[in-house]
Design a binder for this molecule. Structure first.
Ligand SMILES: [Zn+2]
Ligand SMILES: [Zn+2]
Length: 340
């Protein structure tokens, strides 16, 4: 391209405008906004008292043209909230997790960052946001206020107390970091942003796990009490203690996945819950695990299965060992096992 051709091309893509104050405004076209479909301009204003104003403005124009050519300028006027909506619409995650993420968006990200333009979501803005979450989960902005006992209309009483700031838990802050990091990462792939502003902002360190399992005599008391209330519930609590499996794994254990002869149970299906909706899913890490059962546990399961078969027979039905449907799966087959 000749130098004249290049100059006219630069004029089309960007221009320098003289403002009434004498300052020069540089605007460079950066394509259409993929979200709003409106043209995007980037640029800056060079102050009127800048030495060599015309040359400085010309240099700024060339710099902005290069920024756009290198795809480092923001390609959208979208806000953080719009980006997260677009991200959550395409992401493939468990629906219970998705619901939790939408709640985090609604309760924490939207009130503080939702309206922020992606162009302004700098690392400093994001670090300030995380600091506010760590300071107060209600984002009170240090304003005195009252924590009401219910969001509904009510008479104020002793349960409505002066607000005391309490930071959001580290695990929640980490989850919010994960959501934003995922969304900004997609924004880079979609060419909405040149770089992920969270690349420079690490999440808070994971808290050290501090499980406090019941002691042996407490576990024995729990199992005995459960058994007295209901043998099916007792079998469930027993299996939880001896296998260390979670509730969803225990509920998802099918009759066909238990081999009482060789004493092995295969955990490969999980019952999940999202509000009132109950569905099956993969175990954590999508890994199937085989657990060797001790002879006592085999006996507990044998008795449990016999009770289930008797219950089914009384209702004129048979147990289907292949079914993964919650009500006919291994443990919840007995009607008295609570859902939570
Ligand atoms: Zn109140
Ligand atoms: Zn507060």
């Amino acid at each position: 391209m000749t130098s004249r051709g290049r100059r006219s091309d630069q004029r089309r893509r960007g221009n320098i405008e003289t403002l009434r104050s004498g300052a020069k405004r540089i605007r460079v076209y950066n394509g259409l906004d993929p979200v709003t479909k409106k043209p995007i301009y980037v640029g800056e204003t060079v102050a009127a008292n800048t030495p060599g104003l015309d040359k400085a403005a010309e240099r700024a124009l060339i710099r902005w043209l290069k920024t756009v050519d290198d795809q480092k300028a923001p390609r959208t006027n979208a806000t953080v909230d719009e980006l997260i909506n677009a991200f959550l619409d395409v992401i493939d995650i468990d629906r219970g997790t998705l619901r939790g993420w939408r709640n985090k968006q609604k309760n924490h990200i939207r009130p503080l960052l939702g309206e922020t333009s992606l162009k302004k979501a700098h690392p400093h803005v994001l670090e300030t946001f995380f600091a506010e979450l760590r300071r107060c989960r209600k984002h009170c902005g240090r304003q005195p206020q009252v924590d009401h006992r219910t969001p509904r209309q009510h008479e104020r009483d002793h349960r409505c107390v002066r607000h005391q700031c309490e930071g959001l838990s580290t695990s929640s802050v980490r989850e919010i970091h994960t959501i934003l990091n995922g969304a900004f990462g997609r924004a880079v792939v979609w060419e909405w942003l040149g770089a992920n502003p969270l690349d420079q902002v690490p999440p808070p360190e994971a808290p050290k796990p501090n499980p406090q399992p019941p002691k042996t005599h407490e576990a024995a008391q729990l199992i005995n009490k459960a058994w007295r209330n209901d043998p099916a519930w007792g079998a469930c609590v027993w299996l939880a203690f001896t296998t260390g499996k979670r509730r969803g794994d225990l509920c998802g254990l099918r009759i066909s996945a238990v081999d009482l002869e060789s004493g092995v149970a295969e955990f490969g299906l999980v019952i999940k819950q999202d509000g009132r909706d109950i569905y099956t899913g993969d175990p954590k890490g999508k890994r199937h695990t085989r657990v060797v059962l001790d002879p006592e546990t085999v006996e507990v399961l044998r008795e449990h299965l016999a009770r289930c078969a008797a219950l089914a027979a009384a209702a004129g039905a048979t147990l289907d060992p292949e079914t993964s449907e919650r009500r006919r799966s291994w443990l919840p087959a007995c009607p008295s096992v609570p859902d939570h």
